[in-house]
Design a binder for this molecule. Structure first.
Ligand code: OXD
Ligand code: MN
Length: 588
């Protein structure tokens, strides 16, 4: 399929190690994908679902030990440990190559090597970057064909260039003890062994579009971020775009696909989804910050997704979708998950493959990190700019986490550097998207902690630097927290569609239309400026949501100080200074 020597040589060198029986190039054609789906069904790797009720949809059950990103087995293999920084696992490159290629050795014997040429971003966009993933798993091929732009045309675009990201995925025995996801940013290479889970094996996603891309972005002066992108269309037809970074499973997909509350809908507001997980941001010719979503699909968390919480996602997964680790409803060969509706199937199979009766079983049927992989094109409110090679201009950047207390519903940073400080101090209660304990409060700067491909202290400096380059065109930066609770643990804010009320405040601030309260932590809304009409919320609750509790913030500042210590001399002075300002503001 190509004469590109760098491609041919690399593939040949990998073939000598993994020893496939066959090699198949993925050309991106529907006929090839359809025959692969048939083959995977025959091998019981996926199950074809009811063609009337869920056309083109398939179910996959993963190995029981392979259901989330393996953060503690994910490595950044730069020459020195310092380059990977204190928040990444690090291996010296030669050691890492020996280790993972040793595991990969002979692992394709009796198998086919699928070669997937893909582009992150529109192939014709100058924002885009090309990768080639080798895999022994048809499930991986089918997912990559949804999540990225795959096919022959990508190789044509690459021509004889050596500028592409190498990716090798070997399923091996799915042995947890030998599961590794290694990144070699200097070689633009990713090697993943012993997993079949999306985040570990769809190498275009977290591995390339975040870890490798963030490393490249620093050199090339742009940003690769764990952010959704959405456009708010106002009644006059004008669309304002914002990016938002939240840790995994904090509702990025729901926010990206938000349906306006009735009162906004009737005025003519619409929300357009550009992306739900990753944004690549560059400074455009006009000096503003422009974003593309490098992906072509959604790899969303299924549980909790319903016609009530996210009707757009439900419409998006209605066809041509791969479901992983959800419940199989044997009555009509469809799927189900907790939170979809109050009608769990009785005659079903749970994510582990065991018979399951949703009416009487005490165990959950779908894994908490069960997923859908769905084409972006299915989303009824996909932005018309989704395919625009230039991307969309960004008015605001939003940072958020899952916090029961302390962090108000929304506030605005005083300026770019303060915004970088706000982003660097995000913390969140951990969720099921990665292995490890649930509900533990963890710092997760810019929601990038598991995804930054180099020293995070330097990543902060890069953010500060980008602010200098953007100057007066820098977007405003905000913090949001949808997850504040009362003393009984009840959520104070309804979230979902009502989050548009907060987005409206943010956009009004960007347009300089309204004032705000100056507080020790930044600018907070005046109560009157959050539109609560049509909402059942008392002034007391709104007060709680917009409260700055000085004592709690003093503790927060203490935790930030502690957290910052890990960056040692790499912490930019601008952030040290921001912490001092916060501490001073709190004792004033
Ligand atoms: C994801 C994640 O899958 O962040 O998007 O874990
Ligand atoms: Mn994510």
């Amino acid at each position: 399929m190509t004469k590109n020597e760098s491609v041919i040589n690399w593939i040949e060198s990998v073939k000598r190690i993994v020893k496939p029986d066959n090699v198949v190039w993925i050309d991106g054609s529907e006929s090839q994908l359809e025959s692969l789906r048939g083959e995977a069904c025959k091998r019981n790797e996926i199950i074809k679902l009811n063609p009337e009720k869920c056309p083109g949809c398939y179910l996959r059950r993963s190995a029981l030990n392979d259901v989330a990103r393996a953060e503690d087995r994910t490595f950044i293999c730069t020459k020195t440990k310092e380059e990977a920084g204190p928040t990444n696992n690090w291996w010296e490159p030669k050691f890492a190559y020996d280790k993972v290629l040793g595991i990969a050795k002979n692992s394709y014997i009796g198998k086919t090597m699928y070669i997937i040429p893909y582009s992150m971003g529109m192939p014709e966009s100058k924002f885009s970057k090309i990768g080639i993933e080798l895999t022994d798993s048809i499930y991986t091929v089918l997912n990559m064909a949804i999540m990225t732009r795959v096919g022959k045309n990508i190789l044509e675009k690459l021509g004889d260039s050596n500028d592409w990201v190498r990716g090798l995925h070997c399923s091996c025995e799915l042995d947890e003890e030998k599961r590794y996801v290694c990144h070699f940013p200097e070689d633009k290479t990713i090697i993943s062994v012993n997993s079949g889970y999306g985040g570990n094996v769809l190498l275009g996603k977290k591995c390339f579009a975040l870890r490798i891309a963030s490393f490249l972005a620093r050199k090339e002066k742009w940003l690769a971020e764990h952010m959704l992108i959405l456009g708010v269309e106002k009644p006059n037809g004008e669309v304002k775009y914002v990016c938002a970074a939240f840790p995994s499973a904090c509702g990025k997909t729901n926010l990206a696909m938000l349906i306006p509350p009735q009162i906004y809908k009737s005025k003519g507001y619409k929300v357009w989804c550009v992306g739900d997980d990753i944004a690549w941001l560059r400074i455009g010719k006009d000096g503003r910050l422009w974003a593309i979503n490098p992906e072509n699909g959604f790899f969303g968390v299924a549980p909790g997704t319903s016609n009530k919480s996210n009707p757009n996602a439900m419409a998006t997964v209605a066809k041509n979708t791969i479901f992983t680790n959800v419940v199989h409803n044997l009555e009509d060969n469809t799927v189900w998950w907790e939170g979809m509706d109050n009608n769990p199937p009785e005659n079903a199979v749970d994510w582990k493959g065991n018979p399951w009766n949703g009416k009487i079983s005490s165990e959950r049927g779908a894994h908490p990190n069960s997923r859908f992989t769905a084409p972006a094109k299915n989303c009824p409110y996909l932005s018309k700019e989704f395919d625009n090679p230039e991307g969309v201009p960004i008015s605001a950047i939003i940072f958020g986490g899952r916090r029961a207390s302390t962090i108000p519903l929304v506030y605005e940073a005083r300026d770019w550097n303060h915004g970088v400080f706000v982003g660097s101090t995000i913390s969140s209660e951990s969720t099921a998207a990665s292995t490890g304990k649930l509900g533990v409060l963890r710092h997760n700067p810019m929601a990038m902690m598991p995804f930054c491909g180099y020293n995070m202290g330097e990543y902060f400096s890069h953010w500060i630097e980008m602010g200098k380059l953007l100057g007066k065109n820098a977007p405003k930066i905000f913090s949001v927290n949808w997850f504040g609770t009362d003393n009984q643990g009840n959520f104070l804010w309804p979230g979902y569609g009502d989050n548009l009320r907060v987005l409206e405040w943010i956009i009004n601030r960007c347009e300089g239309k309204i004032g705000a309260k100056k507080t020790p932590i930044g600018f907070l809304p005046y109560e009157k400026d959050i539109n609560t009409s049509g909402m059942n919320i008392s002034s007391d609750v709104l007060n709680m949501l917009l409260n700055v509790d000085i004592e709690k913030w003093k503790k927060e500042a203490g935790k930030i100080k502690e957290f910052y210590k890990i960056f040692e001399n790499k912490l930019p002075p601008e952030l040290k200074n921001q912490l001092l300002i916060l501490e001073e503001n709190l004792i004033k």
